[in-house]
Design a protein. Structure first.
Lengths: 205, 205
């Protein structure tokens, strides 16, 4: 693209570095900002800068938090002996939305993915193992997405925990509520049959 | 959405004000920035702020420009007697890409759209009429998109120019090159028959 303005070109270039935003979309977004009052651009820029420079991670669960200890870890009503291992804050938000879980979380910050250059040392696996070895945890629930990277990460952590007495579990895989059986993939359908549950317990959720 | 961090919430809120970006996408973009080096966020914020505060419009054609007079208006090889009326800089870029047009532009900055609260006074229609009345323009080419708002804007300007000797034209509407006839809408197909051109001249483009 040939821009008549260097300023415009720079703004579009920076904007198009965001994932899923190409040059055309970036130009549309930037032109939109130019039509809005200057304060909107100021506020967007300030919010991004402030977030990036002041953001903290909870020292216990590594979730994004404004305080040293996040609201969930600081809540005395949560069951601190159960820890749910998730990838990032979006998973925490999704599980919290169900209002079914009363334990704590441990945010890994990603999944082991050699293709993207992410190894175990870039994730918060070490503090998790230490937490378990300190004897504070009774059950670890793996809630990573069921992909090659997720399974690898689960298995890597599982191996390190084998010598500890901690109980490990993983969230149930099966047919989504409301889904038609004929459209389910065979792996999911197979697992849902293998891991079938007593009919009475299926009535509770 | 319930955020564990006010800083995160603010950044997501500001990001989701951009057109076509919902809360979920905004969260994905903001989390991406958190994973990148701090310098990327700094550069994005600085580029947006600089653009918004320092941007200029060419004093002749009102296109976005870093200088008082844009490169096109300042080019002595362009035919200054022909002026193409467009909506915004994207249209200028699209027409420039064809390398078929040697005249100048006039950027309106939008279309007349009572639904969005945009009237003639918010667009650069007045300077266009003044330019024509000063006798500097021989031909006006309307190149707004063929929508209700575009047609209204064309007609509004056309009416104001009726008493001047300026020639007015509009870009040709017809079947796109490479399109199949059976899929064309009837209005376009009808216009393409009414405005048929001598076969020899169709061989040039």
């Amino acid at each position: 693209m040939d821009f008549s303005s260097k300023l415009l070109e720079q703004a579009v270039d920076e904007m198009s570095q965001l994932p899923g935003i190409g040059k055309r979309t970036a130009l549309r977004l930037v032109l939109h900002l130019l039509k809005q009052p200057e304060s909107q651009t100021e506020q967007l820029a300030a919010a991004l800068q402030k977030l990036r420079s002041e953001i903290k991670l909870c020292k216990n669960c590594f979730n994004i938090s404004d305080t040293e200890l996040c609201d969930i870890c600081a809540n005395p009503n949560r069951i601190s002996e159960i820890v749910c291992v998730v990838e990032d804050i979006r998973d925490v938000m999704a599980i919290e939305n169900t209002a079914q879980y009363r334990g704590l979380y441990h945010v890994l910050g990603g999944k082991i993915s050699p293709m993207d250059g992410i190894g175990p040392s870039q994730l918060t696996i070490k503090p998790l193992i230490e937490k378990v070895k300190a004897g504070k945890v009774e059950e670890i629930i793996f809630a990573l997405s069921s992909t090659l990277e997720g399974d690898t990460t689960n298995f890597y952590i599982f191996r390190q925990l084998e010598e500890t007495p901690v109980k490990t579990s993983t969230i149930a895989r099966g047919i989504s509520v409301g889904d038609e059986l004929e459209y389910a993939d065979e792996v999911t359908l197979g697992r849902s049959i293998t891991n079938r549950v007593p009919f009475e317990s299926s009535m509770k959720g």
